[in-house]
Design a binder for this molecule. Structure first.
Ligand code: TRP
Length: 455
């Protein structure tokens, strides 16, 4: 066992376990549900192009920053700043993260609940011989219900809670390790079916051909927000996970691997979805229902579609679970270490509070739908504020913290654990977190917000 005798904190047991848990956090509804749907809303290829730029120039360095902060401090997101920058206001970055975790998990659990319902629908063969229009009605009617989606959401939150109670090594790591590869496999199969549909090339063109005239300032801000969301950055998830990583791990390598895996899976999901969107005449800017409406059409058109539909939604639920536990863990680690309460108690309290907020998210799809804030229902509001405001802000502070507060020597020390630091890599990293990431985030953020004021 890797456990340090002086610490009562859990550690991930193996290198593969670290990657599986971090990739399990990154890969989730963000890749398979949200990425295709916002790519559709913001016009396709150009959005993807900007998104990929943000992943490489901002996402990767911020991820490495979070891992470094976490492992160096061996503490929760709030405690980490307190430890590394005693007596300074940096700890509020950690607070911001805990708040973001609340908001994200609230709507995340709702979508995961939809996914569970779709497992049941798949089992009872509910997609068979339905037209694209009927499949859309089915989705809308279901999400507008006052009770059923709430029950599924609750069920999902209880699952999340159960795993987090068990703890890092025996809970999170164990499940992530074998379920993630299975999900990748099934997305590849779906992608293969989708690209061989008649009319598929239109969808690939939509996804990969950048038409920059379609790009808006809000689209650019959403690409940035989604880069953070998809990589689980900006709110301390990877600070918290980093705090469980042993000193034998090479953080740079882990960050690169997780980033690549997350990006590939998002693109694969896009390849599975957009060809089908065009082949079945669905509008690409359908919104939150895109995956739930599009893929059932694909299942109908493939041998073994019944079987694949069950497996797909089952694995989507699992992908959501390996992410939701990482979000909950931020809150739990904070409660546990800062308020000095037991893991079990901390987990139950946070789950209950988050589920209550989530309840309103779910109801805002239907009976509470008329309550709008900035023209968004409560669900979209939490999504928008957390992804497009809190995460980029968190990322901004995290990069400033590492680039300017921690400084080169400490970073070098942290990155040399478990590896040999290559000088140019270190130089590029410092340059990115000092200048590129903060400036880019600030510009995109201010532009995006300004558009909001006028539009
Ligand atoms: N990255 C996950 C996804 O794409 C969601 C997630 C997990 C997350 N932890 C996070 C998003 C922290 C933002 C911040 O589904």
């Amino acid at each position: 066992m890797n456990k340090k005798p002086t610490q009562a904190r859990d550690l991930f047991a193996s290198k593969f376990g670290v990657i599986a848990a971090a990739a399990g956090s990154a890969v989730g509804l963000g890749n398979i549900w949200k990425f295709p749907y916002i790519t559709g809303v913001y016009g396709g290829g150009a959005f993807l192009f900007v998104y990929l730029g943000f992943i490489a120039l901002i996402g990767l360095p911020v991820m490495l920053s979070e891992f470094s902060i976490g492992r160096r401090a061996r503490s929760n997101a709030f405690g980490a700043f307190k430890k590394l920058a005693p007596g300074s206001p940096w700890k509020f970055v950690g607070m911001l993260g805990v708040a973001a975790a609340f908001m994200i998990l609230a709507f995340y659990g709702v979508v995961a609940g939809w996914s569970i319902d779709y497992v049941i629908k798949a089992l009872s063969n509910s997609f068979a011989s339905k037209s694209p229009g009927e499949l859309e009605t089915m989705f809308v009617n279901f999400t507008e219900l006052p009770l059923t989606p709430v029950l599924y959401q609750l069920f999902f939150m209880i699952l999340t809670m159960a795993i987090v109670i068990v703890g890092v090594k025996d809970g999170i790591e164990k499940y992530a390790k074998f379920l993630m590869p299975l999900l990748v496999l099934i997305i590849i199969v779906l992608g293969l079916r989708a690209v061989t549909l008649e009319g598929a090339s239109e969808g690939l063109k939509f996804l990969f051909y950048p038409d920059f005239s379609k790009l808006t300032a809000e689209g650019v801000l959403s690409a940035l927000g989604h880069a953070f969301f998809s990589l689980s950055l900006g709110m301390g998830t990877l600070i918290t996970y980093g705090s469980y990583v042993s000193d034998k791990n090479n953080l740079t390598k882990t960050a690169v691997q997780v980033t690549i895996a997350d990006t590939i899976i998002a693109i694969l999901a896009g390849i599975a979805i957009f060809p089908a969107v065009f082949a079945f005449g669905i509008e690409p800017d359908k919104g939150a229902g895109l995956v739930f409406i599009t893929l059932p059409n694909v299942f109908q058109q493939m041998p073994g579609g019944y079987f694949f539909s069950i497996l797909f939604f089952l694995l989507l639920t699992v992908a959501a679970l390996t992410s939701s536990i990482s979000i909950l863990e931020v809150v739990v680690a904070y409660f546990k270490e800062e308020l000095k309460i037991k893991r079990r108690t901390a987990t139950i309290i946070s789950t209950v509070l988050i589920s209550i907020v989530g309840l309103f998210c779910s109801l805002s799809m239907g009976i509470l739908g008329e309550y709008k804030f900035f023209n968004l229902n409560f669900f979209d509001l939490l999504d928008w504020i957390s992804a497009n405001m809190l995460l980029p802000l968190g990322g901004l502070f995290i990069s400033l913290f590492v680039g300017w507060y921690l400084g080169k020597d400490k970073i070098q020390e942290e990155l040399s654990k478990g590896s040999v630091v290559i000088k140019p890599v270190l130089t590029v990293f410092i340059f990115l977190v000092r200048f590129i990431a903060p400036v880019a985030i600030a510009i995109v953020f201010l532009n995006g917000i300004e558009v909001l004021n006028f539009g």
